[in-house]
Design a protein around this ligand. Sequence first.
Ligand code: CTP
Ligand SMILES: C[C@](O)(CO)[C@H](O)COP(=O)(O)O
Length: 227
Amino acid sequence: MSRYLALVPAAGSGSRFGGPSPKQYLQLNNRPLMWHTLQVLSQVAAISRVVVVISPGDEWFDDFEWDLPKLSVLRVGGASRAESVRNGLQAMEAGEQDWVLVHDAARCCLSVAAVERLIATLADDAVGGLLALPVPDTVKRADGEGRISATVPRQGLWLAQTPQMFRAGLLAEALAAATVADITDEASAVEQYGHKPRLVEGDAQNFKVTYPRDLALARAILAARKE
Ligand SMILES: Nc1ccn([C@@H]2O[C@H](COP(=O)(O)OP(=O)(O)OP(=O)(O)O)[C@@H](O)[C@H]2O)c(=O)n1
Ligand SMILES: C[C@](O)(CO)[C@H](O)COP(=O)(O)O
């Protein structure tokens, strides 16, 4: 029986966000930002384990009470997101047929419904896939001077989100074959390995907290859910 396991890379330094601590530990509605992410994944009944990957030198994680029974932590984060995922996948000892849902710690406004939609859509899929958003706006390509060099046709363009869900065996092989420096998500490694992951429509609330301006939006979304 295949299990559904969540793997959360959380070993980033948050350089675009700045600040004294990585963004995943910022206080958001009285909890670390990442707690909200881990709580949603823990609330998905099909997910039996939530594994968070932090850096070996992480000095923040142990300062918090996480109170999430499905949670376990691995101090095997690497120099890139892809390396953190690869190291975490190796260390978590998933079965080859287990489904692994890789989700950014920084996407703290994920919904249980979106994860359940991803699982339901891909449960019998031969490859796996990811939550993503069809591009809703006109897309411009910039020249080197902040002016438009082209308008890019948006038909068929999607913005990749997470979770990205693949069977552990396929994901491990794809990550081993990939040039880690070239990949920014799991799907690109699986694509390079010769497969076509399925796109499953996510929602705009599942954005990645990347810049300081993103925090107010995340705070508002989470507060609205409590009302
Ligand atoms: N070496 C790394 C780099 C990133 N991540 C994780 O991958 C997710 C998405 O990456 P991103 O938003 O880019 O986070 P950072 O790398 O921390 O941010 P920045 O690129 O601004 O430094 C985050 O949850 C981050 O913690 C990771 O586990 N290991
Ligand atoms: C995985 C991802 O969130 C999909 O859009 C994105 O590639 C992460 O990029 P980052 O630069 O590591 O935040």
